[in-house]
Design a protein around this ligand. Structure first.
Ligand SMILES: Cc1ncc(COP(=O)(O)O)c(C=O)c1O
Length: 341
């Protein structure tokens, strides 16, 4: 829709996952990484120092689901004639500077799977462009059935759907079709590179299946927002004031639903690898695009190493949260050094 292609440049944050960069590269355009300040805002001063030539767009994200103030970025984009792509993948709900997230960008994207119990789907908002939306293909009947099946399977795997669950569980047991998946999948292999990350163009032009659309429209949104906020605050309180780690944002902004809880850990390794092996619900964006470089006063690269993104999912139980907290303390709070003085 932005007609970005070879010869164009798109500004992207140094703190990123490959899915934010691969679409730009797949269009033949060049991603140029910009530094972030300690609040996750783009450093516009750095960008103004001669980084604007050939720039068609800037991608700015509401990291962790905590709304990023965008007034200054919007003004800058308007002055420079640069398109703003607002990345709401982490922020399906919320307001930023009194405007709903998703309404700052010329285009905004969001991700249904991160907040709603659906196996697929995204949102694309066109706020200012005259360009029409790309045409979407209707999913094949097989995809419709699979989506419904995946939704049921995920629910049953997580102990939902009561009586139906028991029946289906025995059926799944007999068929042995699927294995229980951990909440967060580890990256495919240690050696795979983000540059090898490809975009499935056919999939990205496929409309949402009926089962996913139905669930997306009927899932109880208020409960999702309230429970995620409550879980975030439990983690913020329990993980504050400790040696070796601190919450990146202990103050949860009023109008938002967090996607994850960002925890700064002084020495995240080798503990992080161990957490992943335990299927602990955590991820880290340490899979950097190869062309990222060190930039002055940049928090992004530091975050890639030090920030653990902890689940604050609406269906985590108090016992599960408690277990997460005690595991993190055991793993990261330095043991007191005994003194024999
Ligand atoms: C900030 C950000 N932007 C974009 C995406 C892509 O979203 P999706 O996986 O729904 O395509 C992700 C996915 O992890 C993300 O974290």
């Amino acid at each position: 829709m932005l007609e970005i292609g070879p010869g164009d440049t798109v500004l992207v944050p140094t703190y990123h996952c490959p899915t934010m960069i691969a679409p730009i590269v797949s269009r033949g355009a060049q991603p140029v990484f910009y530094p972030l300040d300690s609040t996750g805002a783009p450093n516009l001063e750095w960008i103004n120092q001669d980084k604007t030539q050939g720039v068609r767009a800037i991608l700015v994200a509401h990291f962790f689901g905590l709304p990023q103030p965008l007034t200054a970025v919007r003004q800058w984009c308007d002055q420079q004639g640069v398109r703003l792509i607002e990345d709401c993948a982490h922020a399906l709900f919320g307001t930023s500077d009194d405007r709903a997230v998703g309404y700052w960008g010329d285009l905004a994207i969001a991700s249904l799977t991160k907040f709603l119990p659906v196996p697929e789907g995204g949102c694309l908002l066109n706020n200012t462009l005259l360009a029409p939306f790309p045409e979407l293909h209707q999913p094949k009947p097989k995809s419709q059935v699979k989506a419904g099946f995946d939704i049921l399977h995920a629910g049953i795997n997580h102990g939902r759907l009561n009586g139906l669950g028991t029946l289906m569980r025995s059926l799944f047991g007999v068929l042995s079709l699927f294995k229980k998946k951990p909440l967060h999948q580890p990256p495919p292999t240690e050696s795979s590179s983000p540059a090898g990350f490809t975009i499935d163009v056919a999939q990205s032009h496929q409309g949402l299946t009926y089962p996913s659309r139905w669930i997306a429209n009927h899932a109880p949104r208020e409960r999702i927002v309230l429970r995620r906020r409550a879980n975030y605050l439990v983690l913020a309180q329990a993980l504050s004031g400790l040696r070796g780690m601190h919450p990146l944002r202990p103050d949860l902004p009023a109008k938002c639903a967090p996607y994850v809880f960002p925890l700064w850990v002084d020495h995240p390794d080798p503990g992080y690898g161990e957490l992943r092996r335990m299927a602990f619900p955590v991820s880290r964006w340490d899979w950097l695009w190869p062309t990222v470089s060190k930039l002055p006063n940049d928090s992004g690269i530091q975050w890639s190493h030090h920030i653990l993104q902890l689940a604050c999912h609406q269906d985590l139980t108090p016992a599960e949260l408690e277990e997460m907290i005690s595991t993190l303390k055991r793993m990261y709070v330095p043991k007191a050094v005994e003194s024999f003085a």
